[in-house]
Each structure stands twice: as structure tokens, then as C-alpha cells.
Design a protein around this ligand. Structure first.
Ligand SMILES: Cc1cc2nc3c(=O)[nH]c(=O)nc-3n(C[C@H](O)[C@H](O)[C@H](O)COP(=O)(O)OP(=O)(O)OC[C@H]3O[C@@H](n4cnc5c(N)ncnc54)[C@H](O)[C@@H]3O)c2cc1C
Length: 396
């Protein structure tokens, strides 16, 4: 059995480089930005300069030609400083641009991907609608062909980055009578369309990561803005969700690591009853539980990413082992993130309840990971469905 739970020298260098940037450039802005709910405007250009925007994209588009393990590592490392901004980066680079890359034509890739890699463009992905969340296939946004144009009507909600994005990919019904088999994927540039409105949504967590409601009213798109073929949307959507769930596990993991590191330091420094609180066994129990939860989730996520990197097409979807592994990765890390965040606040006592302490942000951001990218309940449903598959053989 060849099990080597270590990172390569190159991966360690990548982690060090991203952490150095996050702790020196990002961290000093976080308290103010979180209060104001503002994304640092230059963040994607900064990441472009670091060379970590298009991590899995081929070098000819400006990408780093690395894998999903490295993507997860970069998202985890950014999230050690900001879970929310790591989500914003993931929503642009993995949900939007990577999904686009897998399904677009070469001409579309050549036009879009270099701008994603440089950080000139920020992307967003629209699946969720006001009345279609977990039941995404019941979406009602429609794309009707009129002459050589698509006319789009409907709305997408909770869309990460929509208020700041230049580019959007989304799904719409192109044959409503065909149900899930009548869904197609589209893309557009915000400044090239009319009939699209974005309203920012206020949130109590994941502040700094902009979220929006996108409304389409007779928005016209040229024919070529259809991605991956007519009525092929479901396969695109479900296969993209696997890499999304795996790599976004890094957001909660980085937040968990921050909770543990900050709590450990605080527990050693904070003195009550004449002793550091770290000497009390009830505090030690929390620290030990936080460590175990973080480490267990970490290897669940990285093993799913490593498995994904071995696949020829690096995609999953219904009926694949990757579907189960990806759902398990975000289910476990997401639920652990809330527990670890709560323990971290408890260790900090009243100071944990004050916004000037970074720990409050790390805690507030964690709960999202039981909801976003398909809720815990939906992830359990997927895992159970895949375990009960007739041809399910191994993988345990
Ligand atoms: C900050 C944030 C960022 C987001 N970013 C994006 C984005 O970039 N793009 C995008 O498309 N979406 C995004 N989302 C949407 C997110 O994916 C949805 O919120 C999520 O899929 C749940 O949908 P819903 O909120 O409509 O909840 P609902 O589907 O209405 O669910 C409500 C509750 O019912 C439960 N439930 C529903 N169906 C079942 C079932 N069959 N069995 C058991 N329980 C069930 C759910 O688990 C949940 O607990 C984001 C959401 C948030 C909050």
C-alpha cells in the first residue's frame, strides 16, 4: 500500500508563497473590509501576479497547469486568512472559469481564459434561483431562440461575485417540456448585454465576498454564447459540482486551521485563576477535538482531489465514485467547520464575541459550508445514492 500523506516540495513552496501574500497583503485589510462588506478590488490582479488564478488551466492561456490538489491547497491557504475571499476566488476560478474551460470551444477559451488568469476578469456562476435551490433542475429561467439570438428571462440568486463580475456562466431551460434534459449552459459579458440587473444581497457571514441577485429581462445573447451544446446542461452542471465541492472544501479547512492556530495561541496567553487557560482540561479537550476534526477532513478532501487528478477527464457527476467522494469531502469538512468555529469562539470567551478579533470572522464564515454548493442534506442524499448504486464495488 503506497500511502504518502505529504506534500511535494513544489506544493509546499506554493503554499508558502500564497500564505506569505495572504498574511501580508490581505490580513491587514480584513477587519475594515469585513465591517464594510467590501472585496479588496485588486485581489484577482494580485492573484494573477502570483500565478494562481488559473491553477488547472494550460499555460497557453496563462494558467499554471497544475491539478485539483494544488487548487485545494491554494484555497485552503487563502482561507487561513479569509474563508470568504477564498470562496470568492473559488467561485470565479473553479465554478465559473474552470467549468467554462471544460465545455467551451477553443475560440471561446482563447478569448476568455487569459483574462481570467491575469485577474482582469472576475467570474460568477448562476445555478440557484429564488424558487429552485436544492431542486436545481426545477429552474425556471428560460432561453428562447428568436432568429439568431437567445432571449433570456428569469433570475438567479445568491450568486457569488455577481456584483463585481465581468463574466457569468449560467443555466437555463431551452426545452422546458423535457425537464432536466432541456437545460443548457450559457455565458456572457456583463458590459455587452442589456436586460440584466444585479442587486447586492446583504449577509451576516462571508462578508467581503459579494453576493447578488441577477435578474434577466429579455436579455439577448448571440447564438455562440451557448456552451457545450444544446440541452447538454445537466451533465455540465453535475460534473462541475464535483470539482467545486472538493476544492471549496479548502475554504472551510483554511478557516478551521485558522481557528485552531488562533485558539491555541490565545489559550496559552490568556491567564485565569493564575494559569493559562490552556492548562484546563476542558479547554484542552476542545483543542484536541479541533485538531482531529481538521485533520480528518483535510485527508478526506485531499484524497478526493488526488483521486480527481488521476481521472482522464477529471470530472464526476451522477454514477461516479467522484460524486460520492466530493459530496463526502464538503459534507464532513463543512459540518466540522461549524463545530470548530464554535469551539474557537468558546475558547476566546467574551473577546470571541467582538468583531475586532479575527476569530469572529472565521466563525461567522463557517456556517455557509453546510449550505452553499448543495446543503449537507443534499450531500448525504448523494452519498447514499452512490453507495446504493448497483455497480458500487469498492472505494471504501
Ligand atoms: C453566500 C452564498 C453563496 C452562494 N453562491 C452561489 C453561487 O455562486 N451560485 C449559485 O448558483 N448558488 C449559490 N448559492 C446558493 C446555494 O447553493 C443554495 O443556497 C443551496 O443550494 C440551497 O438552496 P436554497 O437556499 O434554496 O435552500 P432550499 O433548497 O430551499 O433548502 C432549504 C432546506 O431544506 C432542505 N432540503 C431541501 N430539499 C431537501 C431534500 N430533498 N431532503 C432533505 N432536505 C432538503 C435543505 O437541505 C435546507 O436545509 C450560494 C448561497 C449562499 C448563501
Amino acid at each position: 500500500m503506497a500511502l504518502d500523506f505529504t506534500f511535494t516540495e513544489e506544493q509546499i513552496m506554493l503554499e508558502d508563497q500564497v500564505y506569505r501574500w495572504a498574511s501580508t497583503w490581505l490580513e491587514p485589510q480584513m477587519e475594515h473590509m469585513y465591517e464594510e462588506d467590501k472585496m479588496p478590488p485588486e485581489i484577482f490582479k494580485e492573484l494573477g501576479n502570483l500565478g494562481v488564478n488559473g491553477i488547472v488551466f494550460p499555460e497557453k492561456y496563462g494558467g499554471a497547469a497544475l491539478g485539483y490538489v494544488e487548487t485545494l491547497l491554494v484555497y485552503e491557504t487563502i482561507a487561513r486568512v479569509s474563508n470568504a475571499l477564498s470562496m470568492t476566488v473559488g467561485a470565479s476560478q473553479t465554478l465559473c472559469f474552470d467549468n467554462f474551460r471544460r465545455n467551451a470551444t477553443e475560440a471561446q477559451r482563447e478569448y476568455v481564459l487569459p483574462k481570467a488568469c491575469s485577474g482582469e476578469w472576475i467570474g460568477c456562476l448562476g445555478i440557484t434561483e429564488p424558487n429552485a435551490g436544492s431542486d436545481a433542475m426545477s429552474m425556471s429561467t428560460k432561453a428562447e431562440k428568436k432568429g439568431d439570438k437567445w432571449v433570456i428571462n428569469g433570475a438567479k440568486t445568491f450568486i457569488t461575485n455577481a456584483p463585481v463580475a465581468q463574466f457569468m456562466t449560467f443555466y437555463a431551460k431551452t426545452d422546458p417540456a423535457a425537464g432536466p434534459k432541456g437545460i443548457s449552459a450559457f455565458c456572457f459579458e456583463f458590459d455587452k448585454v442589456k436586460g440584466c440587473r444585479v442587486d447586492k444581497i446583504k449577509k451576516w457571514g462571508m462578508r467581503t465576498s459579494p453576493t447578488g441577485l441577477v435578474t434577466f429581462e429579455d436579455m439577448e445573447l448571440p447564438e455562440e454564447n451557448l456552451i457545450g451544446g444544446l440541452n447538454k446542461g445537466v451533465a455540465i452542471l453535475t460534473s462541475g459540482l464535483c470539482t467545486e465541492r472538493i476544492t471549496l472544501s479548502g475554504c472551510t479547512l483554511g478557516g478551521q486551521r485558522a481557528c485552531l492556530e488562533i485558539s491555541l495561541k490565545y489559550a496559552k496567553e490568556r491567564v485565569q485563576f493564575g494559569k493559562p487557560i490552556a492548562s484546563f482540561q476542558m479547554i484542552q479537550e476542545k483543542l484536541a477535538n479541533m485538531y482531529c476534526g481538521y485533520k480528518a477532513g483535510k485527508w478526506l478532501a485531499y484524497s478526493a482531489a488526488a483521486y480527481c487528478d488521476t481521472l482522464e477527464h477529471k470530472s464526476g457527476g451522477k454514477g461516479t465514485d467522484l460524486d460520492r467522494m466530493a459530496a463526502a469531502s464538503l459534507l464532513y469538512t463543512g459540518e466540522m467547520g461549524t463545530k470548530i468555529g464554535l469551539d474557537a469562539i468558546q475558547i476566546h470567551g467574551g473577546y470571541g464575541y467582538c468583531t475586532e478579533y479575527a476569530i469572529s470572522r472565521h466563525f461567522l464564515d463557517q456556517k455557509l459550508w453546510e449550505i452553499g454548493a448543495g446543503t449537507s442534506e443534499i450531500r448525504r442524499t448523494i452519498i447514499a445514492r452512490e453507495l446504493m448504486r448497483d455497480d458500487f464495488k469498492s472505494g471504501l
